[in-house]
Every structure is written in C-alpha cells, then in structure tokens.
Design a protein around this ligand. Structure first.
Ligand code: ATP
Ligand code: MG
Length: 383
C-alpha cells in the first residue's frame, strides 16, 4: 500500500511546485493507515480544474463541473479542486458544488472521520476530525452532527454499514442512533447509488454485521425487494449481490416482482435466475449425472458460491475438473457431420440430437469419438 501511495507523490509535487496545495485524501489515506490495499488514489487541491489540466500532459475531464480531472501517469489519479457541496435538495446529493479556498472545508464536508483525512507531500497526515483515533478504535463516526449529515445525503447511512462490513469496524453510537432516526429518508436516494454501496457491503469482511445494521436501523424496510422480505439472509462470508438476491428468491422470502425496482442490468438478472436454478438443484440431493450437467452448464464460480450459501457438500470443483468436455464446440461431431452422415434434412431433430450427444458425453456414457458417436446416434436418436 505504501508503494502505490508513493506513485501519487510526483502529482502532489508538480502541483506544489506550481504554487498550489495538494493532498492525497479519503479512502487512500484511510487504507494506508490501516495497511490495506488502495483501490484508487484521490487527490484534493487548491488548483482549479483548468490549472490542473495545464500542469499535466495526459488528463481527462471526467467531472470537470464538479472539479474533477483525471490525471494519467503510470497510475491514474482523480484530482479534485477543494470544494463543498451546494444546497442539498430532498436528502440527495446536490447537483452543484462550490469551490473553496481551504483544505479544512473540503475535509469536513466528507462523510466519516476515517474518510476525512489528508496526506501531504512529506507523508504528514492532516486530521481535523479525530479520524486517526477512530481508525485505532475501529469506529465509523459521522463528521459533525450525524443527524444533519444523514438528512443532507441519506446514502451515507448505507455507506456506514458498507464500511462496517468492508473494514469490520463498529458504527459509533451517536452515528448509529442517527441512522435509526433518518432511515426513512433513504427512499429519496436513487436505487443505483444504494445498490453500488450495498454490493460493496456484501463483498466486505463482515456482511452479516452490515446487513444487521441496515435491518435494525430500519433501512432495509425502505429498500425495494428487501422491504418485502420475511427474513433477511445475513451471510458470514462475502457474497455477490446476485447470489444474495437469489437466495431470498430461492427461499421464497420475498416478492420477486420487486426485482425490477432494483434496476439491475440484464446480465445481473440472468445471473440471479441461474443462481436460483443452481440452488434448487443443489438442495435436492442431485445424482452424479445431474451434477455433471450442472457444472457443464453454469460457471463454476457461481455454482461454488451458491453451494456455500445453501450449504451443500457436493464436491462440484472435483466434478468439474473431471469433465470430458467443457463446451459443445469440443464435441468431435457437429450438426454438419450428423446431417451428412445420416443423409437427412436438417430440422428440429438436430437440436435434440446434439443435446442428447452432449449429455451422453458429459455424463461419461459416450466417448467423444467420431465413429462411436455416429454409431450411437443411429441407435439412440429418433429422426
Ligand atoms: P473505496 O476504497 O471503496 O473507494 P472510498 O473511501 O474511496 O472507498 P468513495 O466512495 O470512493 O469511497 O469516496 C471517496 C471519498 O469521498 C470518501 O472517502 C469520502 O471522503 C468522500 N465521500 C464519498 N461519498 C460521500 C458522501 N455521500 N458524502 C460525503 N462524503 C463522501
Ligand atoms: Mg474510492
């Protein structure tokens, strides 16, 4: 984490040399102090966006109206002008920002003390809010008056539970009470932003604790789909959003009509459906042929995570490793070969014949060998 952090020092130096203040800020400082890997490095500076663009060869104006310029060196950095948020409308993030002159204002508008520290060119930590102390105590504490901060931007409540899970920290009492008081405001926040934080929560070290907080504070009661759940799954291990949702559908704990309200991608919806199917199969004492077809058809990683969730002891990885083929293209016989060998017109039979061959080969009843397959087809397939 130290090495990655150092890649940002030349950016700070160049800004400093041009007479601007510049600091590494937010998650990178937090993770550096915790000796965790850094995801991305954010830099905050007194320089205006135009000044940042003028100082670096390769830049992308990824959010110029909010003060953010991406600077590309060996790594990429998001460089943002010191700013505070404009007026909050309706408990959501405001749509405009106000550039400010000093670092302190930029830091105290941030959500939690552990996220509100800065690091200068000489690796000195700037901390106006007791962030370092909270890191040592492993606490998530809102900057300033928690009630006000959650009323400004209700997403911060989900973020509190996200960091609780990801870092395996506790939420400080006053902050936690404020989550209970403001829970219903989460309805005003775009579902896409909620899902982004919730996905990170599920992939954290302690998803059970994060979910528990969201449930106890009454936040889950205001999130589509989960608000209909009779019981909430509290996973002990990291899990994807798709498998998490699938488990609720599998146990019929919630109303699947509400899936649409989560505005997930088509890929995610498909993965959820597959995961529900996999869970059903795994939980019905599948025989070995069924398991072979299962690992042939669906991604092993998805099956493994479904297996962990439903608590099946089938050794799906071993079954996968002993499969004779991994896709239909590996069959030595294809549709053309069948048509010319059997000398019949193509038709719906072809699809069924290929599926039968595939199943017989995958389950080990038929060798993936041209003559063997063609002979088998003559005996077994109705045309
Ligand atoms: P990660 O390592 O997961 O990226 P992060 O702390 O960098 O964690 P981001 O969501 O990338 O989290 O946000 C970057 C920083 O911006 C945070 O550390 C925090 O200082 C600030 N921030 C982000 N979202 C909010 C918010 N809703 N309200 C106030 N400050 C926020
Ligand atoms: Mg980040």
């Amino acid at each position: 984490s130290m090495d990655k952090l150092k890649t940002a020092l030349p950016v700070l130096e160049r800004l400093n040399d041009a007479g601007h203040e510049a600091y590494i800020v937010g998650g990178a400082v937090r993770n550096y102090l915790l000796d965790l890997t850094l995801n991305d490095i954010d830099i905050t500076t007194s320089a205006l966006p135009d000044e940042v663009e003028a100082l670096f060869e390769r830049t992308v104006p990824i959010g110029k109206e909010h003060g953010t310029i991406m600077v590309i060196m060996d790594e990429t950095f998001e460089v943002t002008t010191f700013r505070v948020d404009g007026d909050y409308i309706d408990h959501r993030r405001p749509d405009h920002v106000i550039f400010v002159k000093n670092l302190k204002e930029d830091l105290i508008r941030r959500d939690f003390t552990i996220n509100a520290m800065a690091l200068d060119e000489s690796m000195h930590v700037v901390d106006y809010v007791g962030g370092r102390e909270d890191i040592n105590r492993r606490l998530i504490r809102a900057v300033g008056v928690a009630d006000d901060r959650f009323a400004e931007d209700a997403l911060r409540m989900i973020r509190a539970a996200r960091f609780q899970s990801v870092l395996d920290f506790q939420i400080e009492d006053v902050t936690y009470e404020a989550m209970k008081n403001n829970a219903s405001l989460i309805q005003h926040v775009a579902i896409e932003r909620i899902i982004t934080e919730f996905t990170k929560l599920l992939q954290g070290l302690n998803p059970a604790a994060g979910i528990q907080s969201l449930a106890t504070c009454g936040l889950m009661r205001h999130i589509p789909l989960f608000r209909t759940c009779s019981s909430l799954f509290q996973p002990e291990r990291p899990v994807s959003l798709e498998v998490y949702i699938a488990y609720h559908l599998f146990t019929a704990a919630c109303d699947d009509h509400e899936i649409k309200s989560l505005k997930l991608s088509n890929d995610s919806i498909k993965t959820i459906k597959n995961a529900v199917t996999i869970m059903k199969i795994l939980s019905h004492q599948p025989d070995s042929d069924t398991l072979k077809m299962l690992v042939f058809k669906y991604p092993l990683s998805l099956i493994e995570s479904c297996r962990a969730v439903v608590g099946s002891d089938s050794d799906v990885t071993a079954i996968y490793q002993s499969l004779p083929i991994y896709n239909r293209q590996s069959l030595v016989v294809d549709g053309h070969a069948l048509i010319s060998h059997l000398d019949v017109k193509p038709g719906p039979w072809l699809k069924y014949a290929l599926a039968d061959i595939e199943q017989a080969v995958v389950t080990g009843r038929l060798h993936n060998d041209r003559d063997t397959i063609l002979e088998w087809v003559e005996q077994h397939v109705e045309i």
